[in-house]
Design a binder for this molecule. Structure first.
Ligand code: ZN
Ligand code: ZN
Length: 361
């Protein structure tokens, strides 16, 4: 099969021939019809993920059709259209037994713990626990994002963030996961404030339901404001001013020390911060103001993907048009262009929207 491979961290990935994968007894091989290019892939390529062994094939948010099944797979068969949470759970550890497969103790992740979906085929383990069947009407490029960003954002805003109608929701970072969060929070009836350094990303955020957009570099605040935003605490001050005291719920959807701290400091009293963007230690650890956390009774929450069994509620909202993940896909490119698409994630401001690779195009 053809796959995108890198030999060393940060080295130029290239498309080359690799042996086709074979399914494990409880696993499947999926023919990859679409796979999203995600910031986590960029982190992995840069060497920020200790699970990755070289040479490596990135890619973890995919949609496709089952091509081969292991002997012990009972719920899926060849030809089924599927996606999969990027956290593939074991199904039997204590976390899985409680229904928390998204934090499985023996999880595997395509594109991290083994070769991923920037390839014509990908192997996935414990298929009966992890695969999510797709409705016929859901196109593969749209479904790919359900494996990572859209599902992650959905769980972060709803199950973890407990969004309520009328609340202010601040979203720091409007890449794929941030734009998804904007759309999901707006659909839940929240008032959304989007923060980014890219006017193009903010324009998309506005289109997907953000009521207020804040450029973290130059600031978009009322003319009579005393706030002079530019960076760090000034972003948080602008968020508090623009939301009449602070966000009820705030997400760091980028994953950086600056956006994490700005998200926490932009909360109103008793507000909830949800960390969604990865913060690999290599990028520096944020200094979270715990004095503010206690004085204002803030909640600091993490959100890590979504278990396969939680997908029906999300798929129902997609089916009835409440949520439109199809609108988030701004580019569809062939496998040969995956290396450039991966590299583009390192630029700031990044590429607005979601780029999807179609390996068979
Ligand atoms: Zn991802
Ligand atoms: Zn488990």
């Amino acid at each position: 099969m053809r796959a995108v491979v890198f030999e060393r961290f940060g080295g130029r990935p290239e498309v080359r021939e690799l042996p086709d994968p074979a399914p494990s007894p409880e696993g499947v091989v999926v023919r990859v019809e679409a796979t999203g290019v995600c910031r986590s892939d960029w982190h992995g390529w840069q060497g920020h993920d200790p699970d990755i062994a070289l040479p490596h094939v990135p890619g973890h948010e995919l949609s496709g059709t089952v091509a081969a099944t292991g002997a012990r797979v009972t719920r899926f068969r060849a030809g089924d259209r599927v996606t999969v949470p990027f956290v593939c759970a074991c199904g039997t550890c204590p976390a899985c037994a409680q229904g928390d497969q998204q934090v499985c103790e023996r999880q595997t992740q395509p594109g991290f713990t083994h070769h991923g979906s920037f390839a014509e085929y990908v192997a996935l383990d414990h298929a009966d626990t992890n695969l999510v069947g797709l409705p016929d009407g859901l196109a593969h490029p749209t479904a790919a994002g359900l494996g990572c960003r859209f599902a992650t954002a959905h769980r972060a805003v709803t199950a973890r963030g407990r969004v309520a109608p009328g609340e202010w929701v601040a979203v720091h970072g409007c890449g794929g996961v941030g734009l998804s969060a904007v759309m999901i929070a707006a659909a839940a009836g929240a008032r959304v404030l989007a923060v980014d350094v890219s006017p193009d990303a903010l324009e998309l955020a506005r289109r997907f339901g953000a009521e207020v957009c804040l450029d973290a570099r130059v600031g978009v605040v009322p003319a009579d404001s005393a706030v002079r935003p530019g960076s760090g605490g000034e972003v948080a001050a602008a968020v508090r001013e623009l939301t009449g005291g602070g966000a009820h719920l705030s997400l760091d959807a980028l994953g950086s020390p600056a956006t994490c701290v700005a998200s926490v400091e932009g909360l109103r009293r008793r507000g909830r911060h949800v960390q969604v963007g990865l913060l690999p230690p290599a990028t520096g650890r944020p200094v979270v103001p715990m004095d503010r956390v206690i004085a204002h009774e803030l909640e600091i929450l993490g959100s890590h993907g979504m278990a396969a069994h939680a997908y029906p509620a999300l798929l129902a909202q997609v089916a009835d048009g409440t949520l439109r993940p199809d609108l988030l896909v701004t580019a569809v490119r062939p496998l040969a262009e995956a290396p450039d698409a991966l590299a583009a994630l390192g630029a700031a401001p990044g590429v607005p929207g979601i780029t999807v690779i179609e390996p068979w195009a």
